[in-house]
Design a protein around this ligand. Structure first.
Ligand SMILES: [Zn+2]
Length: 113
């Protein structure tokens, strides 16, 4: 959605003002990391199932490969889901905080006056 840009309090123009999406970036990264960790943990069940199948087929090597595959799949899925959720949360935060930045003056300010 288009956001009306406020004027920079220093140079008094909105020409160089950008919407600060720090929350969105932080949220995406944080969500992906948290989701990856949670997904890896959540995949423990899948990993042990994979390990059981793998060790039945190829004892030793199959156990390790099966467990790793289950864990990695869980981590990737978790990271993707977490990243999307974190991005949503972060952009909500950005919209609520209404923080803007003037790229000319490096001034950060709230758009709510
Ligand atoms: Zn400025």
């Amino acid at each position: 959605m288009p956001i009306k840009k406020p004027k920079c309090p220093i140079c008094e123009t909105n020409e160089y003002v950008v919407f600060d999406t720090t929350g969105e970036k932080v949220g995406t990264t944080g969500g992906a990391v948290a989701g990856g960790v949670a997904g890896y943990g959540g995949a423990a069940g899948g990993a042990s199932a994979g390990a059981a199948i793998g060790s039945a087929l190829f004892p030793g090597v199959g156990t390790v490969l099966g467990a790793a595959a289950g864990g990695i799949m869980g981590a990737i899925t978790g990271a993707t889901v977490g990243g999307v959720a974190g991005n949503k949360l972060g952009s909500m935060y950005d919209e609520a905080s209404q923080s803007f930045k003037c790229i000319k003056c490096k001034e950060e300010f709230s758009g709510r006056i």
